[in-house]
Design a protein around this ligand. Structure first.
Ligand SMILES: Cc1cc2nc3c(=O)[nH]c(=O)nc-3n(C[C@H](O)[C@H](O)[C@H](O)COP(=O)(O)OP(=O)(O)OC[C@H]3O[C@@H](n4cnc5c(N)ncnc54)[C@H](O)[C@@H]3O)c2cc1C
Length: 341
């Protein structure tokens, strides 16, 4: 049976994780990517502001990334990691995951991956693998405001990032659906993409007079009545209805959901965290290393603001940094062998 010990395990196969896996594969490290297959931007048909890949479907980038990583020997398993534990001698980490056999064969490109799949089945859906270093790239989930019709258009004409989708809706009737004081930043920003711009402010109450004055100075309409429904034609938003019964024609809505970081499986390790405006996230250094010397956290899991190219950059950085820790292990092992001889 093929060993289930890897040099590196990458949890999460989005832009960040695949980028790290590619760096590790190219460093001749035996690397396993475990991925649940639900990247954050899967709701969008096209991806933008990603140099060299502008306008391609987000899943196409990941398919290309998986193929490239496989070319460097990286192995893949489909599944959801449920727990990470320290190996007894602190030389690495132990990862438990629940696999889903059908998509494992879709992702699998090697005998080793098939072995992981088989072991998953043998143990009634739970497999355990170990590695010297761990890269966590499991991203976040967006929970949208509970307004009927809103979620239906998430990624098409309900948006959060103007750098990703602002150009596509430029000059049209845009709105910000405020959800928290953070939305004031969005309210100031989105006006850049259209002069036809409305802020629905009910969720954050009466605006500070100076803020309201600044918005109005740029021609922004402020509607304080709560939005009770998002209207659409099945493909795109066409307007919103407010509690006073008025229908406001709108072509695209920018809003911010609540973010949930997919890091519960790390809880036993009690890694340091940091508070951000979006909530509590894993604390990392400039290379993405957490408070554990063998665990990196990259992409949205540690930086909720990261877009695809930022996540990819973090992956390349962490892959290189993690490889150096493995090099240090190799040096220590070689010295130990020489001194023992
Ligand atoms: C609607 C929308 C549109 C967007 N459009 C753009 C755009 O046009 N351009 C741009 O640059 N950015 C865009 N973004 C932002 C982009 O989605 C993120 O920057 C990017 O997904 C971050 O990559 P990541 O690798 O950190 O996380 P993800 O891409 O979310 O990948 C995380 C992966 O980890 C997996 N995972 C989660 N938990 C587990 C677990 N326990 N075990 C195993 N696997 C797990 C997930 O299933 C997923 O496959 C958009 C975001 C949204 C919401």
């Amino acid at each position: 049976m093929t060993s289930t010990h890897y040099d590196a395990i990458v949890i999460g196969g989005g832009a960040a994780g695949l980028s790290a896996a590619q760096a590790l594969g190219r460093s001749l490290r035996r690397t396993l990517v475990i991925d649940a297959g639900a990247p954050r931007n899967r709701f969008a048909a096209r991806m933008h502001n990603v140099l060299g890949h502008d306008g391609i479907p987000p899943l196409e980038l990941l398919e290309r990334g998986r193929a490239e990583a496989r070319g460097y020997g990286v192995e893949f398993a489909s599944g959801t990691v449920v727990a990470v534990r320290e190996l007894a001698d602190e030389s690495g980490l132990c990862v438990d995951f629940r696999g889903s056999t059908p998509s494992e064969s879709e992702h699998a490109g090697s005998a080793e991956s098939a072995t992981v799949a088989a072991e998953t089945a043998e143990t009634a859906g739970t497999a355990t693998v170990t590695a010297g270093i761990l890269i966590v790239a499991t991203g976040v989930s967006d929970t949208l405001p509970d307004v009927p019709g809103l979620a239906e258009y998430w990624g098409s004409s309900v948006l959060h990032c103007p750098y990703c989708h602002g150009w596509e809706v430029r000059g049209s009737r845009l709105a910000v659906l405020a959800t928290s004081p953070m939305s004031l930043h969005q309210a100031t920003l989105i006006r850049q993409w259209s002069e036809q711009f409305t802020v629905f402010s009910a969720e954050i109450g009466e605006l500070d007079p100076a803020v309201a004055e600044a918005l109005r100075a740029r021609g922004t309409a402020i509607v304080p009545d709560p939005v009770i429904e998002v209207l659409g034609d099945g493909e795109r938003v066409t307007g919103v209805r407010t509690a006073d019964g008025v229908e406001h024609p709108i072509d695209a809505i920018f809003t911010m959901g609540t973010l949930t970081a997919h890091d519960g499986f790390l809880s036993q390790l009690q890694l340091d965290r940091t508070d951000m405006p979006f909530g509590s996230f894993l604390a990392v250094d400039a290379a993405g290393r957490t408070s554990h010397p063998r665990i990196w956290a990259i992409g949205n899991i540690a930086n909720p603001m990261a877009t695809v190219p930022i996540a990819m950059g973090a992956g390349a950085m962490a892959g290189g940094a993690a490889n150096f820790v493995l090099v240090e292990d190799d040096v220590a092992a070689a010295l130990g062998a020489v001194r023992a001889a």
